[in-house]
Design a protein around this ligand. Structure first.
Ligand code: SF4
Length: 314
């Protein structure tokens, strides 16, 4: 059963698309769909996120990222050489104005097993947190506990979240700027209660791609500001900073992201990660060793103006 409607391959109207022809738009949509499938498949493979026999609980908030996650996992399951089950779960936190029919209608139409968990965390948070104080930390702690319990009740051994590359980068900078830690958001990690495997199959996907994909697939997005709380302001600033960098220095954000998977512990200062105390010389040349006063090469030397001038003078 192909449970995924294939709007991604369907031409859409050319209005608002810069006068592109329907064929061109269809081609771009198709490329986007393929790219997303490839990136999600790659992340799943790289981190061994899903194995044969798994039951994956896909957390569906009604936002673009979680819709894209469910959609792409369903597509990949059709093609996967292994068998795994998917259950979509939404936690209805009883925020005022939450349109409770939207997700069940969408999931019925897809034919995906699903569960809506009704828990009025909104009232609890409102009761316990004084007016004007930020409610997100209690709200998300309550949500986390409920989702772990639901995963147990549904017999799910994996919990899939829709966080993407930009969420991971923003978290990385938030932790660095405000927490003094080099720490991002893991693609796969055991939950803090030690009982669940949390996976983020969208870890390699750019946010702008999920935005476009949501438009192409026409997901019935539920607004995320129903609780009335402000989105984390610092995260907003970091998002803006990254977008600005990407605009002014194309490739910089991509490089920062790849640095997260190319860590050189001996060139950092964490004594837990690298044993500086017992370090010994072994007389063997090592390109990863210290290069004394030399600058780390960070650009192709011939492209650096100073080097070009120096080469001319020598
Ligand atoms: S924005 Fe609202 S729903 Fe989201 S974590 Fe904060 S309080 Fe909870």
């Amino acid at each position: 059963m192909n449970v995924v409607s294939d709007n991604a391959q369907r031409p859409t109207s050319s209005s608002g698309s810069g006068g592109k022809s329907a064929e061109k738009i269809a081609l771009e949509n198709n490329k986007l769909h393929k790219r997303l499938c490839r990136l999600v498949g790659q992340a799943i493979g790289d981190f061994n996120m899903i194995e044969d026999g798994d039951k994956v609980m896909v957390c569906l908030s009604g936002g673009k990222d979680s819709y894209a996650l469910l959609d792409l996992l369903l597509t990949l399951r059709e093609r996967a050489p292994i068998h795994f089950d998917i259950v979509a779960v939404n936690l209805d936190q009883k925020q005022p104005g939450f349109p409770e029919d939207v997700l069940p209608a969408y999931l019925e139409q897809l034919g995906v097993p699903y569960h809506i968990e009704n828990q009025d965390t909104y009232s609890i948070v409102k009761r316990l947190i004084p007016e004007g104080k930020t409610t997100c930390s209690l709200c998300s702690r309550l949500r986390r506990g409920i989702l772990y319990r639901v995963a147990d009740e549904l017999g799910c051994n994996k919990i899939a979240l829709g966080h993407h590359r930009d969420d991971i980068l923003e978290t990385f900078f938030l932790n660095m700027f405000f927490g003094g830690k080099l720490k991002g958001m893991p693609a796969k990690l055991v939950s803090d209660d030690g009982k669940h495997m949390v996976i983020r199959p969208m870890a390699y996907v750019k946010e702008e791609d999920t935005e476009r994909y949501a438009e192409v697939k026409n997901f019935p997005i539920i607004p995320c500001n129903l609780c009335g709380s402000q989105e984390n302001l610092q995260r907003k600033h970091i998002k803006a900073m990254l977008r600005e960098w990407e605009k002014k220095h194309p490739g910089r954000v991509e490089n920062i992201y790849s640095s997260l998977s190319t860590v050189v512990p001996s060139h950092l200062m964490d004594r837990q990660l690298f044993n500086f105390t017992d370090l010994q010389m072994d007389g063997v040349a090592n390109p990863l060793g210290d290069i004394a006063f030399d600058e780390e090469p960070c650009a192709t030397p011939s492209s650096v103006p100073g080097v070009i001038a120096l080469q001319r003078d020598l």
